[in-house]
Ligand binder design. Structure first.
Ligand SMILES: NC(=O)C1=CN([C@@H]2O[C@H](COP(=O)(O)OP(=O)(O)OC[C@H]3O[C@@H](n4cnc5c(N)ncnc54)[C@H](OP(=O)(O)O)[C@@H]3O)[C@@H](O)[C@H]2O)C=CC1
Ligand SMILES: O=C(O)[C@H](O)CS(=O)(=O)O
Length: 491
């Protein structure tokens, strides 16, 4: 456990993975703006003081990335694949330390942190292999002496801004296709969770990723970093995961350079249980989908719709499962729900709960700050929820499961689609015609059918509407880091 006497380094097999300096152009440097505290959300203790880079240092890093990119792109895909495989191997060899660092700074249960490390590493492995498969095309010419070709080339220098909820995987999901394509990469991790990104850089350096190809820029001024990424002409692409609100700001800023952007933004996932569902499977799926990372993921079930005929049975089963969740310090064995990331996150849960109760909702389980204090909250189940409540329109991002009733397919499809978001959606049903009809009717980038977990490096993860643009993962995911060149050859 971490406390005022036991520091994080003492828990690690390799304390060299715990770095507090920024990584720019292959050098470990202090921040021109001093250092900032990183705290353990479970106990509030300061676990590190990390370099706070200035906008001028971001510009230096961009120059380093610009200088390094041609050499990295000139390597063959197979050569890049070899370096990325070594990076993957090192992430797996050091997985336990990476998981401890992740839980220490973000708070999620160690078991989930181990899962995230494996998940993040899987992108490095997958896209390392894809580096060998960046195919172009030849097209029969329109004239007898003409040949047409399509070349795929790296977009160039990539700026990335990522959130605290998956401090390893959200970076891996971006840096992997970028490096595989031959791009260079600048990572600005969330100020709450920079240590995981810095540990990734330690292993990248050991794996032989050339200086300047991967840079990590911890900073307390996200907006300054974002502006430098959007305004610096050497940056060719911006990739962001976070709120739709910040996504809008970045898109506006990127518009001046007509910069290519990938945006993985907020969600408001419906989780629908039809009367022909396997109820036990649906409860298990709802628990994983709602309470993974304590509800702090963009693909968590934000609204749970249950058809009238099975509503009471499902609610009773779900209540029993919610009550059984073990809340605690993420470093404690058996913990299933850790602290929320901040007081601001707790306030959002409290606000959504109060609004639901004020408009007729009933708290069946939980509903209060947890006895552990700090940012711990009791896993909460509310029934009698309606579309008029805030929880139906805004992303709660916490351990609050709201149950809505519905009569039939048409009603629930209309309610599920009644949102500006379109990232993930889920439903449980057995009837084949219902499965096809509902999967096609849901306006989301992702549909989970009879499952509450859709995340894999093999699938194209991403949203529609105001949940963003672009896809991360699958063979399709590398396209976001490539430019297409049409060559018209007269021979
Ligand atoms: N799609 C997803 O996976 C995620 C969605 N969210 C949604 O966002 C809500 C708020 O969470 P929060 O963490 O505050 O998300 P934010 O969108 O505010 O933060 C995400 C990242 O963007 C950075 N950032 C914030 N403002 C700017 C800016 N003006 N320019 C450039 N970068 C910026 C943050 O830096 P810093 O942290 O240092 O301020 C962080 O690294 C959540 O409740 C949830 O609804 C949040 C996280 C992930
Ligand atoms: O941003 C998130 O919440 C993650 O993308 C969710 S997942 O990919 O880990 O499922």
């Amino acid at each position: 456990m971490l406390d005022k006497t036991t520091n994080l380094a003492s828990l690690l097999k390799d304390p060299g993975l715990l770095v507090e300096r920024a990584y720019i152009g292959g050098a470990w440097v202090e921040g021109a703006d001093g250092r900032f505290d990183v705290t353990n959300p479970a106990r509030g203790d300061v676990i590190a003081q990390v370099a706070d880079v200035s906008r001028a240092q971001v510009a230096e890093a961009i120059s380093a990335a610009e200088a390094a990119q041609p050499g990295w792109a000139a390597m063959t895909g197979k050569e890049r694949a070899g370096v990325m495989r070594k990076w993957y191997d090192l992430m797996i060899e050091n997985a336990e330390d990476l998981a401890l660092i992740l839980t220490a700074e973000m708070g999620k249960p160690l078991a989930e942190a181990r899962g995230e490390i494996a998940y993040g590493a899987s992108y490095i492995e997958f896209f390392g292999e894809e580096a060998k498969r960046i195919y172009g095309e030849t097209i029969p010419g329109h004239l007898r002496n003409t040949r047409l070709m399509v070349l795929k080339q790296p977009i160039g220098v990539v700026g990335a801004i990522t959130p605290w909820n998956f401090p390893n995987a959200m970076i891996a999901r971006k840096v992997a296709p970028a490096l595989a394509a031959g791009c260079s990469f600048l990572s600005r991790p969330a100020a709450e969770t920079p240590l995981s990104a810095l540990a990734m850089a330690v292993l990248a350096e050991r794996a032989g990723v050339p200086a300047g190809v991967f840079n990590v820029l911890p900073s307390t001024s996200a907006s300054e970093v974002g502006k430098e990424f959007c305004e610096n002409p050497a940056v060719r692409k911006l990739t962001f995961t976070g709120s739709t609100e910040v996504g809008r700001i970045l898109l506006r800023q990127a518009a001046d350079q007509v910069m290519k952007c990938s945006m993985e933004l907020g969600g408001n996932a419906p989780f629908i249980v039809f009367d022909d569902a396997d109820l036990d499977a649906a409860v298990e799926g709802a628990m994983m989908c709602k309470f993974r990372n304590n509800g702090q993921t963009c693909v968590c079930a934000n609204r749970i719709y249950v058809q009238d005929g099975v509503y009471d049975a499902f609610a009773a089963k779900l209540a029993e499962a919610v009550r059984a969740l073990k809340v605690g310090d993420g470093l404690e064995d058996g913990t299933e729900a850790g602290p929320l990331i901040s007081d601001k996150a707790v306030e959002k849960v409290r606000e959504h709960l109060a609004d639901a109760e004020a408009k007729g909702g009933s708290v069946v389980v939980g509903g209060n700050p947890h006895d552990l204090g700090g940012t711990f909250w009791e896993p909460t189940l509310v029934t009698g929820v309606t579309q008029e409540m805030k929880v139906a329109r805004e992303e709660t991002f916490g351990p609050l499961a709201p149950l809505f009733r519905f009569k039939d397919e048409d009603e629930v499809i209309a309610m599920a689609n009644d949102t500006i978001f379109g990232l993930a959606s889920y439903f449980y049903a057995k009837d084949l015609s219902r499965v096809y009809k509902v999967a096609e009717a849901l306006e989301y980038g992702i549909v989970g059918v009879n499952t509450g977990i859709i995340s894999t490096e093999l699938g194209p993860f991403g949203g529609i509407k105001q949940s963003g643009m672009g896809r991360e993962g699958s063979h399709l995911g590398i396209e976001d880091y490539l430019e297409m060149k049409y060559v018209c050859l007269s021979v």
